[in-house]
Design a binder for this molecule. Structure first.
Ligand code: ADP
Ligand code: MG
Length: 238
């Protein structure tokens, strides 16, 4: 299978704090990966490195076999969905999608509007196009953010705790949208504490602890794997 993301012995530190300690990883087209681990284990840092937002101190990162040097070199290929949605509050829902289509992909307004409309329909928000973000629920805001990420036609979408600011019902709605993307064959990495919902849709689980990978395998092996660190983690979240 085609490799979308490849990490070779990646190291990342903030001043003297080593956060990612030699991670190697190969993500193939169509994989749905749950990235789990305790708070502070380096999950956000790792996805930010993949997205080119963070400079790494060692190793290599490739997106579609091309070495990543900066955020601009991955822009468009790697989509990102954040915990806090990162929508522009002073733009309507549709303009949150139209403007990046215009500015980043250079698509003319008329065509951009059509694309944005169809993406909003895909995430079941066709009727909210002219609302402002603060008129939506958290789950709806997150679905707009997902539609915006899709509009860039990325090769992979990275979700960093997409549901952690939502209550269970809204989290479920967002997972339903993510599940729809699974069916459409998107490649995704999902950082989440919603282990059960995530494992249900994942083809692979990666468990990170203090900047290193201690489990990388199939969801059905995750709970029974013989690792003290993983056992500690599971005991703390149940
Ligand atoms: P997680 O997402 O798994 O909770 P993070 O990647 O956010 O973990 O953080 C990993 C470690 O890196 C933590 O100790 C955190 O305090 C530190 N860290 C994260 N971002 C920064 C930053 N911008 N500057 C300094 N330290 C950071
Ligand atoms: Mg985080």
């Amino acid at each position: 299978m085609e490799s979308i993301i490849k990490l070779e012995n990646v190291h990342k530190s903030y001043d003297k704090l080593d956060v990612i300690k030699g991670i190697s990883l190969d993500i193939k087209k169509g994989e749905i990966i749950s990235l789990v681990g305790a708070s502070g284990s380096g999950k956000s840092t790792l996805v930010r490195c993949i997205n080119g937002i963070e400079k790494i101190q060692g190793g290599n990162i490739y997106v579609n076999n091309e070495k990543v040097n900066s955020h601009s070199s991955v822009a468009g290929k790697v989509g990102m969905v954040f915990q806090n949605f990162n929508l522009f509050p002073h733009y309507t829902v549709i303009n949150n999608i139209v403007n990046p289509l215009d500015n980043v992909r250079g698509i003319k307004k008329d065509k951009a509007k059509k694309i944005a409309k169809s993406l909003l329909e895909k995430v079941k928000l066709g009727d909210k196009a002219n609302y402002y973000p603060n008129e939506l629920s958290g789950g709806q805001k997150q679905r707009v953010a997902i539609a915006r990420a899709l509009s860039m036609e990325p090769d992979i979408i990275l979700f960093d705790e997409p549901t952690s600011s939502l209550d269970p019902q809204l989290s479920f709605e967002v997972f339903k949208t993510i599940k729809q993307l699974v069916e459409e064959g998107y490649t995704m990495v999902i950082v989440t504490h919603e282990i059960k919902m995530a494992l249900d849709i994942s083809t692979r689980v990666i468990f990170l602890d203090k900047g290193k990978i201690y489990f990388d395998g199939k969801p059905d092996e995750f709970y029974t794997h013989e690792s003290e660190r993983l056992k500690d983690f599971l005991e703390n979240i149940i």
